[in-house]
Design a protein around this ligand. Sequence first.
Ligand SMILES: NC(=O)c1ccc[n+]([C@@H]2O[C@H](COP(=O)([O-])OP(=O)(O)OC[C@H]3O[C@@H](n4cnc5c(N)ncnc54)[C@H](OP(=O)(O)O)[C@@H]3O)[C@@H](O)[C@H]2O)c1
Length: 364
Amino acid sequence: MNVITQDFIVNRSDLAQTRWVSGSAPAEVSLERGQILVEVEKFAFTANNITYAVAGDLLNYWSFFPAEAGWGRIPVWGYGSVVRSHSEEIAIGERLYGYFPMSSHLVMQPESVTPGSFLDLYRQRRDLHPVYNTYSRLQPGRGTAAVLDDLRPILSPLYTTSFLIDDWLADNDFFGASQALLLSASSKTGFGLAFALLQRRPQGPRVVGLTSPANSAFVESLGCYDAVLPYDGIATLDPSQPTLVVDFAGDGDVLAVVHRHFGDRLVESTQVGLSHWDAPRPPAELPGARPRLFFAPDQAQKRMQEWGREGFDTRLGESWRAFATEASAWLSIEHGKGPEAISRVYAAMLSGRINPAVGNILSL
Ligand SMILES: NC(=O)c1ccc[n+]([C@@H]2O[C@H](COP(=O)([O-])OP(=O)(O)OC[C@H]3O[C@@H](n4cnc5c(N)ncnc54)[C@H](OP(=O)(O)O)[C@@H]3O)[C@@H](O)[C@H]2O)c1
């Protein structure tokens, strides 16, 4: 157990400014009846976590794990283990999977406990969407292979979105498009979508990945895009093809080129991400389909009503396992340990100095 609790906090108005803050010893953290203290074991870090910070005020991400005024703790997906318990239902030593802060420890308040999960209803987390405050209780003795244990927090939350976008596009007959452009094709959510679209062959559109020149070779090596182009290669595409775009980059200049190139033949413009978080936003008026945000929970809810909760979980689970098997060969996992390693990976991710072939797993 760490001697003191530690939190990685970022300045909400200047994400490049970060600090480590120390708290009391874990044994001295105050726990009320029903609460537990969890030691954060390890967590994944991708551009998606930077987006949580960029959109922290707009989408409420800062309220998940509050910090001192003006600063925030970024949420991450990972594992923790229970080191103290005032709960009658959750024992010391239990291993959990879910949403944690970039911290050494977290006080939680498990409620609605089942053998496989619980809801954390600690203070402000009471009001969150269950996607973010449901924790899996991992059964002892049913361990997964080390690679899958690391791949899960890196890829599975992202792949759920990829799966839902693919399903939503197919549900809408791809809006009549014969071609799909994926912006930020090297992102894990992007190539997850390309993988899901590939499974539909011979149905579905031709899939073109747009990426930075430095990431082209990696994207080509995946084999799940029909073509890979650099961002300045949009003009080489046939503008007469009915085309849809799914944007994980959020670079307004690139999106504007796509809209102007295809004009009315751009039948759908789906906004998913902001991996190019410091790029300009798109102009208000663009030719072609009006850009709109994809809201994953809407499609999830629709399918849960149609397929039932079990049917939804079965389909997502099968698709995830197929993707994870492929992706375990696409990514190499790098483990970073300690405050310095965590600060370094954060700074690299913020500035885009990252290798898309690496999945980061961090721990204190
Ligand atoms: N709305 C949702 O429900 C939802 C769900 C999942 C993910 N997303 C969003 O999708 C995006 C991708 O997330 P991810 O975790 O899959 O990403 P990731 O795998 O970590 O993405 C890495 C790629 O993003 C681009 N990139 C990252 N940082 C950059 C920077 N500072 N400047 C320029 N390019 C940068 C590069 O791709 P290129 O060279 O190919 O551009 C890089 O290879 C994020 O914005 C995330 O929030 C949204």
